[in-house]
Design a protein around this ligand. Sequence first.
Ligand SMILES: Cc1cc2nc3c(=O)[nH]c(=O)nc-3n(C[C@H](O)[C@H](O)[C@H](O)COP(=O)(O)OP(=O)(O)OC[C@H]3O[C@@H](n4cnc5c(N)ncnc54)[C@H](O)[C@@H]3O)c2cc1C
Length: 467
Amino acid sequence: MIHPDNGSSRNLPNKTPCMSYWQRTTRAFPYLAAHHNDPVPTRTQYVVIGSGISGGLTAFELIEAGVAGQDIVILEAREAASGASSRNAGHVRPDAFRGFSAYAKVHGPEQALRIISDERRVLDKVNEFVAKHGVQCDFHLTSTFDVCMTPEFAVYEAESFQQFKAAGGDVSHIRLYEGAEAQAKTRIPDAIAAYEWPAGSSHPAKLAQFLLESVIERGVRLFTFCPATEIVQSQDGVSWDVHTPRGAICAKRIVHCTNAHAALLLPQLELYLRPNRAQAHSLIPTVAFTANNALRQTFSLRYSLHHFYSLIQRQEDGTLILGVSRSNPTLSAETLASRYSIDDSHFNDEIVQDALSSFKKIFPNFSQNTRDIRGEGLDHAWSGIIAMTTDSVPFVGAIDSLPGQYICAGFNGHGHLTGMARIFTCAPGVVKLMLGGQWSDTGLPECFQFTPKRLARLLGGDIPSIW
Ligand SMILES: Cc1cc2nc3c(=O)[nH]c(=O)nc-3n(C[C@H](O)[C@H](O)[C@H](O)COP(=O)(O)OP(=O)(O)OC[C@H]3O[C@@H](n4cnc5c(N)ncnc54)[C@H](O)[C@@H]3O)c2cc1C
């Protein structure tokens, strides 16, 4: 059953979102409801639409590049950073090789190599950013295991690895463990093989809130519960009037950081951007995962390309965060179909049961040799909306048909659930373009660029689905 909202990206975010673990642990953020009753100013220089990590970092980079904070307004449809940025699974996990062959089929091998190396660059950038600005977002730089739970998936991974390497991909940072060694390294008795490379985890809401607090302290005005509902050309012919329920605001530069909802204001994106509901869970560890038994690495636990679980353990409080692939084939047809939705007001109980039973199967010692202790195990479940683009890469850059408007959206929750693994290069890139730079200044793969040619190619239907 397709949800009544039809899973269209031409919808505003729903008004009654459920709350994630990350939101529940940051309710004292002073700007959660910033300016929530105030009319918007009639004029500014820059309007950023969306206050997630993309919107926050775009505003941050504008200021770093010399724009006065007072010249920037951020519009947010709900409370501050209440989209995917505060609802994800906490991984900052670059793709090291696995996506290469799939990307190569769509974008060519040269772009596929660049997509993978861009993700690696993001990890370094997040690490540097957090250190430089002293961001208290529980960032944990570590390594990650891609664990093959079936022989078939181990073959798929081995082939992907070889194809990436043969195309000139750098594999010097990747280690492979097989059989007993994989089992010992990962603590997973059924592991067939495991690949390990550098990755991290963070408290994504704290990261998003740091960005917003930092720009607000430098003069940016954030209007929460204030959706942009329409954008029309201003009378002067060079500016845009952004309409909201609390008035219209005129600006020369607009940047769409609306991720899964981008097509509401940019209808030309409707066919290329599909919102998908994803789900994550927090678990309170049993003694098998506390103190010195806590997991220090992060995990992607993979049965197949579409059936996997992501796992991090927070080093601060030991909470485990367990994400579930959206197209997990063991789920019922009804649950699978219901993922095409922008409704993040609830979670799906079938997914909860699947996540818990799979987790306990993968880590059988989780609940062995312990009494059932009240308070251990499932703590919370929540959903959030991911933006899937038909060619699996984001839309970044100038919208030539609407001079002065830019986009930084469409962060797919692809095989790694990586959005954060891209934003830290994409948002600085879009800012360079807004301030007069060329695409080559962004350092981004060309296939990320928002161009009429890309849209025409997508419309041609010759793009195989990657994930
Ligand atoms: C369950 C789940 C697990 C995930 N796990 C991971 C993970 O482990 N690692 C990872 O890297 N990524 C993960 N992702 C993906 C990642 O969260 C996103 O790619 C990333 O947060 C996108 O950031 P954003 O700022 O572009 O979008 P968002 O955070 O969604 O921000 C967009 C904002 O725009 C607002 N908005 C939309 N339309 C309008 C409008 N018209 N007017 C005003 N405001 C508007 C929304 O309310 C929202 O706050 C996951 C996502 C989900 C849902």
